[in-house]
Write a protein that binds this ligand. Structure first.
Ligand code: SPD
Length: 431
């Protein structure tokens, strides 16, 4: 057999652990370790996790590369390992990865790339850029290993990726996978089941909008219920009204979300021990089902997307219970997904609330949050009172409040702007 420039093995791993195949950190570490095990010199790694599942990535080695794409739902991984020269044996990486992914079985096809008897060597010395360096081989610097791991929030046709360097928190709770990642662009980022919940750099937009329009419209609000909101951002904003409020009840299903935030997101969680806060780890849906009618002046639903444990937060029966538990002039605020990304959910929520509160008492609004898919995020304000978000606002009072508290997104103008919808959003809400 003639010699070749490199060996390429195309690998299939079957019956792997689906959890491992969906775990970008374990996969990245395994791929890097598999390269090192085969004596390769690792230069960099770039990996992406795709929500809801699947990982793609490549480890660049001085001797070429190892690449992977996984399908956890089929317990299958496609890997290719290409090594040039003779110093690295790709089959060592193969054996390592088979164990690492707990594969039931694997198969591989080896191809010799660049058979030397088919090639003709030409002189390319003129292409050497730094001749002095290459005259003394000892001067060639060892490449430094650069990690490049990406978190990707996506649907079938769009994706939003954020690069991160470290996983600071990772716990599989009874309900979901809770993580805090250290990102380059947005600071620490909380994710749940592969979906971005909030980041240190842009969370203020979401939490200020969830809280201040409703609080500014009705200065008589005393008793507030927050469903979800485990990171603490909404409670932090509410506690700016600590003198006015008598009680805030927060019902978060997952203790791990609060733990993650207390440990890693102190700028969000810093009011979670406030004496006026009654923090309960319970299912918000059951809580409202069993709650007494006519008790809360404001209910804020600060949940995730309609998947997993948050699905029930997007149902008519849940909104009916919220409506029942509101006082005479009570209001409801909720995140309503993106008009671009989740048009159906966004419009269905609005129409469902109109059925309960009346057409003129439900007002959709939008905010701009770079780390939520498409950047444009939707909310709804529904009220039993006679509050119009644009005309009932005491603008001087709202601005004085925003200035006193150093708010970063909210102001009277921003409230009016948030409730001023672009025609394409208005049109999608028409019945
Ligand atoms: N697509 C993400 C929507 C998440 C909305 N809730 C985030 C919780 C922040 N307190």
């Amino acid at each position: 057999m003639s010699s070749s420039l490199g060996r390429h093995i195309l690998v299939e791993f079957f019956e792997c652990s689906p959890e491992i195949l969906n775990d970008v950190i374990v996969i990245e570490e395994s791929m890097v370790a598999a390269a090192k095990e085969a004596q390769a010199t690792v230069i960099n790694s770039t990996f992406h996790h795709f929500s809801p599942y699947g990982v793609s990535g490549v480890v660049v080695i001085q001797e070429s590369h190892l690449a992977i794409h996984t399908w956890p739902e089929f317990r299958y991984a496609a890997v290719d390992i290409f090594t040039c020269g003779t110093s690295v044996n790709p089959w060592i990486s193969y054996d390592f990865l088979k164990k690492a992914f707990q594969a039931g079985h694997g198969s591989a096809l080896e191809i010799n790339r660049g058979q030397t008897d088919l090639l003709e060597r030409v002189s390319i010395d003129s292409l050497i850029k730094d001749r002095a360096q290459h005259e003394n081989e000892e001067n060639i610097p060892t490449p430094t290993f650069k990690r490049d791991i990406w978190f990707t929030d996506k649907d079938a046709n769009r994706a939003l990726s954020v690069r991160y360097s470290d996983v600071l928190y990772r716990q599989k709770s009874d309900y979901q996978l809770v993580q805090v990642l250290d990102t380059a662009a947005y600071g620490k980022m909380l994710t749940i089941d592969g979906i971005i919940m909030c980041t240190e750099r842009d969370e203020f937009v979401y939490h200020e909008l969830m809280t201040h329009p409703a609080m500014q419209l009705n200065p008589e609000i005393k008793n507030v219920l927050v469903i979800g909101g485990g990171d603490g951002g909404t409670v932090r904003e509410l506690m700016r009204y600590e003198d006015q409020l008598t009680k805030v009840t927060m019902v978060e299903i997952d203790e791990k979300v609060v733990e993650a935030s207390r440990l890693h997101l102190p700028t969000l969680s810093n009011q979670l021990s406030h004496p006026k806060l009654d923090l309960r780890f319970e299912d918000g849906i059951a809580f409202l089902e069993n709650a007494e009618a006519n008790q809360f002046d404001l209910i804020i639903i600060d949940g995730s997307d309609p998947e997993g444990p948050a699905t029930g937060l997007f149902t008519e029966s849940f909104y009916k219970n919220a409506h029942r538990c509101l006082t005479e002039k009570g209001s409801l605020v909720l995140q309503s997904e993106s008009p671009y990304f989740n048009e159906n959910t966004f419009t269905e929520i609005h129409h469902c609330l109109q059925g309960l509160f009346g057409d003129n008492n439900v007002h959709a609004f939008v905010g701009f949050i770079p780390t939520y898919p498409t950047g444009m995020w939707g909310f709804n304000y529904a009220t039993k009172g006679n509050f119009n978000p644009k005309t009932s606002l005491d603008t001087a009072k709202a601005d004085a409040f925003a200035e006193k508290h150093g708010l970063k997104y909210y102001s009277a103008e921003m409230q009016i702007s948030a409730f001023t919808l672009p025609p394409f959003v208005k049109n999608m809400l028409k019945k």
